[in-house]
Design a protein around this ligand. Structure first.
Ligand SMILES: *Cc1c(COP(=O)(O)O)cnc(C)c1O
Length: 438
C-alpha cells in the first residue's frame, strides 16, 4: 500500500463528533440521486487517476508538488459535510473565525506588527489582490518584477491595465539592484515585486536593498513568497536568504501559498497587507449578504466572493497540529528539504557530467549537462523510464558565468524540487537512477 489511509478512521470519528452537535434537529437523512451507482463511478475515477505521476513518492522529484498532510485532508473532508462558504458569516461563521486565526498565525510567522489578510484560491489570486491594491493607491503607475519572477505578475498587470517592466537579474537569478535603480530613477513606479523563492530556481531577491530604495522613491514593495515564504522558519538558510526573510515584515504586502509548502490541498493561497487600511479599498454594497453580524465578513475584504470554508478548516487544523514556529516539527521538514537540495547539488557538482550554476537557496536544484540542452531532454526522459521524475527548465546561459559554452541565449537544464522531507534519505536512490541515464 503506497497511500495513507489511517486518517480515514480518524475522519469517521470526527464526523461522529460533528454529527453530535446537531442532535437536537428533527431526524432527517438527505437523499442523493444515483447513490446506487456511486461505487462503480468512484472505482472508475480511481482508475482514471492512475494516469498521474506518483507525486507523493520521493522518486517524484520534479515540479512543485507536495502531498497535503493527512490532517489537512481529513479536516477538509470533515468540513465539506457542512460545506461552509467563507464569503459571509451567514455561510461560514466557525470557518471564518478559523480563517482569521490561521491567517493571523501566518502574519505572526512573518513578524507583521499589524495585518489585514485572507485566504484565496491560490497564489495567482493572492498576487492579483496585492497588485490591485497597489494600482488603487498608485493609479497608472508601473509594476516592476524580476526577469525570473512568476509570469503571473506581467499577466496580472495586463488584467489591471497597469504598465509593467521586467528587471534584469544577476547570475544567481536575483533581482539586479543596478538595473532596479536605473528603472526607479525613470520615475512613476507604483510597486516593486520582490520574489522570495523564484518558482524556477528558488532565488531570493535582495529585499533589504529593495526596501532601502523604497525610502527614496516611495514605491510599494510587494513580496511574492508564494513558494518560499515558509522557509522563514528554517534554521539553515544562507545569510543572504536569512536577511531577506528577516526584513519581510517591512513589505507593504506579502503572498504565501499554503498549497505549496504549507501541507494543504490545492485551492489555498494567502495575501497579507501590512496596513489594515487597505481593507477600505474593497468596500462594496452587496444587497444580499452581510446581515447576520456586524463583525467583519471576509467577503468584505476579498475580491473573490464564494471561497471554501473547508480550506480554512484544513489550514487551521494543520497549524494547530504543527505550529508555525522556528525549531518546531514543521520547520524541521523544511530544513530537511533544504539539506536534501544542498546534498544533491554537492553530488552534481562533483560529477564531471554536470555543471551546477549556483548552490540552492531553498530546496530547488538546477543543473546542466556539459553536453548541452539535448542531453537534458535525454536524461529527463530516461530517468522517467527508471521511475525518477525530474523537471526541465530553460535558463539564461549567463547563469553559468563562462562555465558552459552555448551559441544560444538559453540552455535547457534539469531541475528538481525536493519538497518532501523524505527526499533527504532518498538522495542515494535518486543518484542510483541518475547514474543509469546516458
Ligand atoms: C506558484 C507561484 C505563483 C502562482 O501561484 P498559484 O498558487 O500557482 O496560483 C506565483 N508566484 C510564485 C513565486 C509562485 O511560486
Amino acid at each position: 500500500m503506497a497511500l495513507e489511509t489511517a486518517s480515514l478512521k480518524l475522519l469517521a470519528d470526527a464526523l461522529r463528533t460533528l454529527d453530535a452537535g446537531f442532535a437536537e434537529l428533527p431526524p432527517f437523512v438527505p437523499e442523493f440521486p444515483g447513490n446506487a451507482h456511486m461505487a462503480g463511478v468512484l472505482a472508475e475515477a480511481a482508475e482514471r487517476l492512475h494516469d498521474n505521476f506518483p507525486y507523493f513518492h520521493p522518486l517524484y522529484a520534479g515540479q512543485m508538488l507536495k502531498p497535503p498532510h493527512p490532517v489537512a485532508r481529513a479536516a477538509y473532508a470533515l468540513a465539506t459535510w457542512i460545506n461552509p462558504n467563507n464569503h459571509a458569516l451567514d455561510g461560514g461563521r466557525a470557518s471564518s473565525a478559523m480563517e482569521k486565526e490561521a491567517v493571523a498565525q501566518i502574519a505572526a510567522m512573518f513578524g507583521l506588527p499589524t495585518h489585514l489578510g485572507h485566504l484565496t484560491g491560490g497564489g495567482t489570486m493572492a498576487n492579483l489582490e496585492a497588485l490591485w491594491v497597489a494600482g488603487q493607491l498608485y493609479p497608472g503607475k508601473k509594476i516592476l518584477a524580476s526577469a525570473q519572477s512568476h509570469y503571473t505578475h506581467e499577466r496580472i498587470s495586463g488584467v489591471l491595465k497597469l504598465p509593467f517592466s521586467k528587471v534584469a537579474t544577476d547570475d544567481h537569478g536575483r533581482m539586479d539592484m543596478v538595473a532596479l535603480e536605473a528603472l526607479a530613477a525613470q520615475g512613476d513606479i507604483g510597486c516593486v515585486v520582490a520574489t522570495l523563492g523564484t518558482t524556477g530556481v528558488g532565488a531570493i531577491d535582495p529585499l533589504p536593498e529593495i526596501l532601502s530604495l523604497r525610502e527614496g522613491y516611495g514605491f510599494r514593495v510587494h513580496v511574492d513568497s508564494a513558494y518560499g515564504g515558509y522557509f522563514t522558519l528554517a534554521g539553515n538558510l544562507s545569510p543572504h536568504a536569512r536577511a531577506a526573510f528577516d526584513s519581510i515584515s517591512q513589505a507593504d504586502s506579502i503572498v504565501i501559498d499554503p498549497h505549496k509548502h504549507g501541507l494543504q490541498p490545492y485551492g489555498c493561497g494567502c495575501v497579507l497587507f501590512r496596513d489594515p487600511a487597505a481593507g477600505a479599498l474593497y468596500r462594496h454594497d452587496s444587497p444580499y449578504t452581510y446581515f447576520s453580524s456586524n463583525d467583519l465578513h471576509l467577503g468584505e475584504i476579498s475580491l473573490e466572493c464564494s471561497r471554501a470554508g473547508a480550506s480554512a478548516v484544513a489550514l487551521w487544523s494543520t497549524q494547530r497540529l504543527l505550529p508555525l514556529v522556528e525549531g518546531g516539527e514543521f520547520a524541521a521538514g523544511l530544513e530537511a528539504s533544504r539539506r536534501a537540495a544542498l546534498e544533491m547539488a554537492r553530488r552534481l557538482e562533483a560529477d564531471p557530467r554536470f555543471v551546477v550554476p549556483f548552490p540552492p537557496e531553498l530546496d530547488i536544484v538546477v543543473w546542466a549537462p556539459r553536453e548541452g540542452s539535448e542531453m537534458s531532454q535525454r536524461i529527463f526522459d530516461e530517468a522517467a523510464r527508471l521511475g525518477l521524475h525530474l523537471a526541465l527548465i530553460r535558463l539564461p546561459v549567463t547563469f553559468f558565468a563562462g562555465r558552459l559554452q552555448s551559441d544560444s541565449e538559453y540552455i535547457l537544464c534539469l531541475r528538481s524540487v525536493l519538497m518532501k522531507p523524505e527526499h533527504e534519505t532518498w538522495v542515494d536512490a535518486i543518484f542510483e537512477r541518475l547514474n543509469q541515464t546516458p
